[in-house]
Design a protein around this ligand. Structure first.
Ligand code: 5GP
Length: 188
């Protein structure tokens, strides 16, 4: 049986990558999203096991020690990682798995899997547009927003190893681009 494809989607915080991916998944329910593990505090609207598997810092380190994560990274002082259980069996069963992860994790996946992973970076139309989105979202303090903007500028500089880039200036066309990229790569 043909193995599934591992699809990595990255982009700065606030760029709307989660929305692009969730709209894509409404059109392609045969593909699945990997739920990550994190040690960052849960936001009010988030549900454990739905948005993330939430762990304490020590609990996360224990998962790492047990070899349960495919990749992980420290982002803005918190751990984020991909549980192997979200990915490996599904790929073997021929299911495409999407990871929405930051740049260091994506680099690790690329080093591990090479051409077997498809890496896509979602860009904002501008840094100003990104700042506005983070402010409107209202989930983070000004301090956290400024840290996220600094990380965003670094991520935009460091994204040269991605296979494709999509500019999210319009949701529908960003979803369409993602759809076309995945379709073309899978049929290769
Ligand atoms: P947030 O705190 O906004 O939910 O996520 C912060 C960053 O961590 C985002 O760029 C998000 O894509 C990334 N992230 C989420 N899950 C993972 C993961 O499993 N591994 C890595 N490396 N990054 C992740």
């Amino acid at each position: 049986m043909k193995k599934g494809k591992l699809i990595v989607v990255s982009g700065p915080s606030g760029v709307g990558k989660d929305t692009v991916v969730s709209e894509y998944l409404k059109l392609h329910p045969e593909d699945v999203l990997s739920i990550s593990m994190t040690s960052r505090p849960k936001r009010d609207y988030e549900v454990d096991g739905v948005h993330y598997y939430f762990r304490t810092k020590e609990g996360f380190e224990e998962e790492v020690a047990q070899g349960n994560l495919l990749e992980y990274a420290l982002y803005n002082g918190n751990y984020y990682g991909t549980p192997k259980s979200e990915v490996i069996k599904r790929l073997e069963d021929g299911i495409n798995v999407i990871l929405v992860i930051e740049v260091q994790g994506a680099r690790n996946i690329k080093n591990m899997l090479g051409k077997d992973a498809l890496l896509i970076f979602v860009l904002p139309p501008s840094i100003e547009a990104l700042k506005e989105r983070l402010l409107n979202r209202g989930t983070d303090s000004m301090e956290v927003i400024n840290e996220r903007l600094e990380i965003a500028e670094r991520e935009i500089r460091e994204n040269t190893f991605y296979d494709y880039k999509i500019i999210n200036d319009n949701l529908d066309s960003a979803v369409k681009s993602l759809e076309n990229i995945i379709k073309n790569e899978i049929n290769k």
